[in-house]
Design a protein around this ligand. Structure first.
Ligand SMILES: [Zn+2]
Length: 331
């Protein structure tokens, strides 16, 4: 029985009674997560390739599944056009790693087509990567920053046919953004202090862990926008997947932030100076983690976001754990 839309339910909940016939599978499609839960050892889609112990698809079929969802999101919503200059916000995690890989793959295909047409085809979009170091926000030294940057550089250099610029920014760079000092309530006389001191003083004024995390998220977006604007990017890609949106939904409800939440989770958010796009909105975190492992896509552990706060007091973290437990026990 074919899914009526032919594109999967898109809600990450599965169609229930329908089995999608297109490549754009529901996240809970039977070919990805068989209802009987049996681990056959053979790919549930191609019936040929072996699978790993904890997943039902082989690497090739999982790639086909994920990039199909990615391309559908990109093409149906015009998230990336040939005229765009796209900046990927790279955290080192699986989601932004896959977003970078898929954009690189799409661009390579477009470049090949352009070369074959001897320049008569459409242009190929530009691509760049940005990493934001947040060590100063957690009042600690920047742990292994050089190593983190080396790792990210090696990912970009070794796996890209064309050079992809890497922008390294620090969270405190936000104070160089025009007009931001006044918007966060800083006085004029703080100009003599370093931007790192200003960041730490700002965060010291926020006592609860959740509020501090939310402020860091806001400042991070300001830094990303600053880098994007300075270097002429037209789109900012975030590796936000459906699992993260589910956690955000619960957290936003707990905080009473329902009003703007729907705008935060669209494929396309043009409220920012540089439009923010979420091409992985229909993909589960687990699928991304498994794909990185199966395809040997190197991810980077960024130690500078993991210390200095009590996660048990964070609404954001508790929401993430809740969604993670649900998916672990019921998928
Ligand atoms: Zn397969």
């Amino acid at each position: 029985m074919a899914c009526e839309s032919g594109q999967g339910c898109g809600a990450g909940q599965g169609c229930g009674t329908n089995a999608c016939s297109s490549e754009n599978l529901c996240s809970k499609d039977e070919r990805v997560f068989p209802p009987n839960g049996k681990k056959s050892g053979v790919c549930a889609k191609c019936k040929e390739q072996p699978t790993s112990e904890d997943f039902e698809l082989c690497c090739t079929c999982l790639h086909t599944n994920l990039i199909s969802k990615f391309k559908t999101a990109v093409n149906q919503n015009s998230l990336v056009t040939p005229a765009d200059h796209v900046l990927v916000a790279f955290s080192g995690g699986a989601a932004s790693r896959v977003a970078l890989e898929f954009l690189r793959e799409i661009r390579l295909r477009q470049q090949t087509d352009l070369d074959a047409s001897r320049g008569q085809g459409t242009r190929v979009f530009g691509l760049g990567v940005v990493f934001v170091d947040e060590a100063a926000a957690w009042s600690g030294p920047s742990l292994d920053l050089e190593h983190t940057i080396e790792e990210i550089s090696s990912i970009i250099l070794t796996e890209s046919e064309r050079p992809v610029p890497l922008h390294i920014a620090k969270l405190q760079d936000v104070f160089e953004a025009e007009g931001l000092r006044s918007s966060v309530g800083l006085d004029e006389d703080v100009g003599i202090r370093s931007s790192e001191e200003m960041l730490q003083e700002l965060l010291r004024n926020v006592e609860d862990v959740t509020g501090k995390e939310d402020l860091v998220t806001y400042l991070r977006m300001q830094v990303l926008q600053k880098i994007a604007k300075e270097h002429g990017y037209t789109k900012l890609v975030l590796g936000v997947c459906s699992s993260r949106i589910a956690a955000r939904s619960i957290a936003a409800t707990a905080k009473g932030q329902g009003y703007s939440f729907s705008a935060d989770i669209q494929y396309w958010d043009s409220r920012w100076p540089v439009t923010v796009v979420l091409p992985l909105r229909d993909v589960l975190a687990r699928e991304l983690d498994v794909y990185c492992r199966l395809a040997n896509l190197k991810t980077v552990v960024n130690k500078n976001t993991l210390h200095g706060t009590d996660k048990s007091k964070s609404i954001n973290e508790l929401s993430r754990e809740f969604v993670s437990l649900l998916q672990m026990n019921f998928l």
